[in-house]
Design a protein around this ligand. Sequence first.
Ligand SMILES: [Zn+2]
Length: 104
Amino acid sequence: MKNKIITSQEKTIKYYGKPLRVRMKGREGNQYQQYYDNKEKKWVWAHRRVAQKMYFPKSKIPKGFEVHHLDEDRENNKRENLILLHYKDHRDLHKKKALEVKRL
Ligand SMILES: [Zn+2]
């Protein structure tokens, strides 16, 4: 079946020195990393949670914004690798690579 959701096997990585249970999830060819939040007892999108804590510690990521991996490695969810983009810019970036994006 095309476009089915795939979930990879869990593994434990070190994130800023601490162990973290992670897995990849998403449509074929479009998977992002999730980590297991022990407090909330659920899987969360790692890149969105990291960016939310960094940019909006007291609220949510505003509607219409997505989180992009600067080095294009979706398993590299370190703060310095993540930036917020409007979903249209994000889509264009992946389609045409028209935008050059870097951290200021
Ligand atoms: Zn992206």
